[in-house]
Design a protein around this ligand. Structure first.
Ligand SMILES: *Cc1c(COP(=O)(O)O)cnc(C)c1O
Length: 440
């Protein structure tokens, strides 16, 4: 591992550097052709151009100090207010924007930790979440010194209530449920979890990072969406990402609390810095104002009707993918509610399927327990539906006819990882992967 690249002595013409950027993209995933599932949330070329304009209008401004940029303060406050109304929090809920889902999750954990310490003197905090909850909760637990207590899911991938009950101790500060969870797009039993949290006087965080700006519109469109937001008694905080299914620019999420009193524990204040009084809502100092402006711009440009027509169309695409995939012989994992889901099969090795699909330059996420392929559908995936299904059907037949493929490619590696008895070896492998990431 060496750092082989140094700062060039002489600069290169900006134009030449920009051409290099364009050329370097050639080997990247082709999200614009609809071949990427997850990572990129592209609504349309028109909307993307609009986002770029909104973002670059505030390209240099800094969300750190609203004193300097009152317009940014207004946008953030209005985005939070809109989110609060969409998520059953009305005028009472209070929140802030963050740089993304992970930061929202971190601040939710930190806030409940500080709240539990101050109001109940809990100094060895624990939080309960399902194995299917986003790794950001593990990360937050690790960063903030909270003990992660992970509970299993039932056969439908929903957080198991009895396990949650058994996991509650006098040190529990927070129960987490997802709406929906990312791996299978399945909703945790939020009403039951929240009522449990309330009866023990602990916090209840709903991770609606992926669903927060989708589920309210799906419900309006008549889809069966169980209550998951502040309308549910006992819910104390909700994370909802704008930069996923809100279709805004990256670097934008929203964290809401049931009231201002709880949000107080999120803020950080420094009174004795020679640089002056310092108050900050979240992890970041300098905050790109562009992502705040682009979020505000999107909510105003689309409005409720815009989101409803977007989701009405998108869910037709989702339904077509699901039906087509099932027709080939796969089954959908659990009972997903929205635009993301996973499919599996007992007849073929799913990692072989993923290998065969990758060879046809589809970028997709593979999952384990159960082995499955994850799909996050966006409007970009609509035009390639038939091509995807044709490739998948061919992959299904090839995988069935050639079981020996399980010993090749990534399938072999996944097979090995599944068999490694020593978790330390998996850790070793992942750390190596991270080191490689920074090789020049
Ligand atoms: C994406 C996601 C997160 C993390 O959000 P980032 O924006 O990637 O940091 C957390 N929870 C769920 C359910 C998610 O889908």
């Amino acid at each position: 591992m060496e750092n082989k690249v140094t700062l060039p002595k002489k600069g290169t013409a900006r134009e030449t550097v920009l051409s290099a950027l364009s050329e370097n993209r050639a080997g990247d995933s082709k999200w614009h052709e609809g071949r990427t599932f997850s990572l990129v949330y592209h609504e349309s070329d028109e909307h993307t151009e609009f986002l770029k304009k909104a973002y670059t209008t505030y390209f240099h401004e800094n969300g750190l100090n609203p004193g300097a940029f009152p317009s940014i303060r207004k946008y953030e406050a209005e985005v939070v207010s809109i989110a609060a109304h969409l998520l059953g929090g009305g005028e009472r809920a209070a929140g802030s924007m963050t740089s993304g889902g992970s930061e929202s999750v971190m601040m939710a954990v930190k806030t409940h930790r500080d709240w539990a310490f101050e109001t109940k003197g809990i100094s060895e905090p624990e939080m309960i979440f399902a194995v299917t909850a986003h790794p950001a909760f593990d990360k937050a637990a690790h960063y903030f010194g909270v003990k992660p207590v992970k509970v299993p899911v039932d056969s439908h991938q929903r957080m198991d209530l009895d396990s949650v009950k058994r996991a509650i101790t006098k040190n529990t500060i927070l129960i987490v449920g997802s709406a929906p969870q990312y791996p299978h797009g399945v909703m945790d039993p939020i009403i039951d979890l929240a009522s449990l949290a309330k009866s023990y006087g602990v916090g209840m965080h709903v991770d609606a990072c992926v669903g927060g700006f989708m589920l309210p519109f799906l419900r309006k469109l008549g889809r069966d969406i169980p209550p998951f937001d502040f309308s549910v008694d006992g819910v104390t905080s909700i994370s909802a990402d704008l930069h996923k299914y809100g279709f805004t620019a990256k670097g934008a999420s929203c964290l809401l609390f049931c009231d201002k009193e709880l949000r107080r524990f999120q803020f950080f204040i420094s009174k004795d810095w020679p640089g002056g009084l310092f108050a900050s809502p979240s992890v970041t100092g300098t905050r790109p104002a562009g992502s705040i402006a682009a979020a505000w711009a999107t909510l105003n440009a689309l409005g409720e009707e815009g989101y409803l027509s977007l989701y009405s169309k998108l869910m037709k695409t989702v339904d077509a993918y699901r039906t087509g995939i099932e027709k080939i012989g796969f089954s959908i994992v659990g009972n997903p509610v929205g635009t993301l889901f996973a499919y599996t099969s007992k007849d073929v090795n799913m990692h072989v399927i993923a290998d065969l699909m990758s060879a046809k330059s589809w970028f997709l996420d593979r999952q384990m327990n159960p082995d499955s392929i994850h799909l996050t559908i966006t409007p970009a995936n609509e035009p390639v539906l038939n091509e995807y299904l044709a490739d998948l059907k061919a992959a299904f037949e090839t995988a069935k006819a050639h079981p020996e493929l399980a010993g090749e490619g990534m399938a072999a590696m996944y097979g090995m990882v599944a068999k490694i008895p020593d978790p330390a070896m998996v850790h070793q492998f992942l750390y190596q992967y991270m080191d490689q990431r920074y090789e020049t």
